[in-house]
Design a protein around this ligand. Structure first.
Ligand code: PLP
Length: 404
């Protein structure tokens, strides 16, 4: 772990402190906050320096598509939080996930993945990579035995994501990682929903962790970014893939991400607390059929959640006692939670799942993913939980007692 100042190096820093100090050694000068290296290319001091810049993998200041000084600082913080040796940033979460897939897979390889993934990941595996001869098998992620059956045949990669979108079902990361390694597969976990504050997949046996930093890590709905962390050799290999795919994080978004990361610990803890309070309050409402949130005792995998997560995040699936139209009306009528896709930021966001996925899933696909007409995804932000509960309750009251 990176050491800051004269502290005892055997005593690791808490995540709160790592968020502020993991990148200390990479400071560029005397200013406390970094200036933005607004440059696509970097000058060399002499011929020898140029030769080193041109040939050293992951050089931080050669050409921005190859790396930018702020990229390194962001990657250092996320790697330390996840307990990884190193990391790589990308232009988006999908940029990071595509880099992992294209970097590690070859024609004829088999991937075992979940029935329920972020939509882009599903499409990458089932459509794009299928065109290049990679075969993906999708299994029910709540069923460890289903992974065991799929891994009776060799696989190159096991792609996992927990909790899932939008319904917050969990994957037993430790059990599946063990099965995957027995089958010779590398394990990649998309840890976007949990954040490294609530779940550390590498400690549970995963090989690589990816994030859409667009969500909690950035946390302010103002940037698009991705991160992948893991061991040195694999990350260097992924860097070599990334520079030809070109999903380069802009220096501005890297700066915003660095700034967002500074407050990740306080945001996530507050969101964990608020979301649990909101989930509890809404569960009791007569217009609510069910609230799917890993922190509730009623969640079918609550015991697993307690085992592998230290907090339960801000996203929950709400099933209303309502049809499609009444559900759409509920979402549109909220005043605090904004009607927008994405999650994990300072603003609470809400989406009508069936409307969001209608363009990309047919009815069977929606049924498989648990997307019913009455399902609403709520991402709790930093508003006071009492105000959120009041707003949501007003909407539920209207369903319980329709006007006229
Ligand atoms: C948003 C998201 C992604 C994709 O990230 P982008 O930054 O939008 O490319 C991947 N996985 C999960 C779980 C997400 O929520």
């Amino acid at each position: 772990m990176h050491q800051t100042g004269p502290m005892d190096p055997s005593r690791p820093l808490h995540p709160d402190s790592l968020l502020l100090h993991a990148d200390d050694a990479l400071h560029d000068g005397t200013s406390l906050t970094p200036s933005i290296p607004w440059s696509a290319t970097f000058t060399a001091a002499d011929a020898g320096a140029f030769a080193r810049m041109a040939s050293e993998p992951m050089h931080p200041a050669y050409y921005t598509r190859y790396g930018n000084p702020l990229h390194r600082r962001v990657a250092r913080i996320v790697a330390d939080l996840e307990g990884a040796a190193t990391g790589l940033v990308a232009a988006s979460g999908m940029g990071a996930i595509a880099t992992v897939a294209m970097g590690l897979l070859a024609q004829g390889d088999r991937v075992v993945a979940q029935r329920n993934h972020y939509m882009g990941t599903t499409k990458l595996l089932s459509e794009l990579l299928a065109r290049f001869g990679v075969h993906a098998e999708f299994v029910e992620q709540t069923d460890v035995e289903a992974f065991a059956r799929a891994l009776e045949r060799p696989a190159a990669l096991v792609m996992l994501e927990s909790p899932t979108n939008p319904d917050c079902s969990l994957t037993d990361l430790e059990a599946v990682a063990r099965l995957a390694h027995d089958a010779g597969a590398k394990v990649v976990v998309d840890n976007t929903f949990a954040t490294p504050l609530n779940q550390r997949p590498l400690a549970l046996g995963a090989d690589l962790v990816v994030h859409s930093a667009t969500k909690y890590l950035g946390g302010h709905h103002d940037l698009t970014a991705g991160v992948v962390v893991g061991d040195e050799a694999t990350i260097e290999r992924l860097w070599a893939t990334q520079i030809v795919l070109g999903a380069t994080l802009s220096p501005m978004d890297a700066w915003l991400l660095l700034r967002g990361l500074r407050t990740l610990a306080v945001r996530v803890r507050r969101i964990n607390d608020s979301a649990l309070a909101v989930a509890r309050a809404l569960s009791a409402h007569p217009a609510m059929e069910s609230v799917s949130y890993p922190g509730l005792e009623t969640h079918p995998q609550h015991a697993l959640a307690r085992r592998q997560m230290s907090g339960f995040g801000g996203v929950m699936g709400l099933r209303l006692r309502a049809d499609y139209a009444a559900t759409a009306g509920f979402v549109a009528g909220l005043r605090l939670a904004q009607h927008a896709v994405s999650l994990g930021g300072v603003d609470s966001l809400v989406v009508h799942a069936a409307a969001m996925w209608a363009g990309s899933l047919d009815d069977a696909g929606m049924a498989l993913s648990g997307i019913e007409p009455n399902l609403v995804r709520l991402s709790v932000g930093l508003e006071h939980p009492d105000d959120l509960v009041a707003d949501l309750t007003r909407g539920l009251d209207a369903i319980a007692r329709p006007a006229g």
